[in-house]
Design a protein around this ligand. Sequence first.
Ligand SMILES: [Zn+2]
Length: 247
Amino acid sequence: MGRTLLLIFAHPDDETFLTGGVACRYSSDGTRVVLATATRGESGKAGDPPLCSPAELPAVREAELRRAAAILGIAQIHLLGYRDRELATAPPDRVREQLVTIIRDCRPAVVVSFDPHGGNLHPDHVAISRFASDAVVAAADARYLPATGPAHAAGRLVWTPGRHPWQLVREPDIAACPGVDFVIDVGAWRERKAAALGAHATQHKSVERNFVSQPDRDRLLGIEVFRQAFGPVLARRPLDDLFDGLG
Ligand SMILES: [Zn+2]
């Protein structure tokens, strides 16, 4: 089996906003990209004007997620089935079992999730960061959940930026910013990322405001930034490849 990149996020659209470019880049080179999404985003926006009723929103957002994932080359999606805005109170043992099962099944070299503050302090983002960290460590310890398969130690856990990426990438010297451990050039895939953002049609206001209607759209869509949570000591900062040093 080739190498795997696992993305663990809270809502449909997190994967595209934060990792759409790296999903394209690594799926293009044969890396298997797997996504775990905790909720169907039913407490989010439905568009302006609304594209569906509140009752229809979870199914609509799931369909949007599947379209975006197909555009990004994501090979597999796991929906964890929690309710939007309620993830912080989900049973920790249950989430651990779900995520450890996924990790031991797809055996990722690199795992990506939110930073511990969730990027924007959204309670679901904070919660999935906590659950992802717990599960990455538990999956590596054979004493946890032996029925879910042999232990697997991911080589690296990285976090998305602690600031909105569309603000961070405008810094004149991004490499000097604390927490910038990986700056990934995804410019070759910016139109695919834009198409995946467009697939999240109910989120069109955020997509327009933060990305596609901005004068520096190409820069915003062409760079993704990550911080190392754990992994090999970095040869330098920032690196330009999430798999650097993993052999
Ligand atoms: Zn989110």
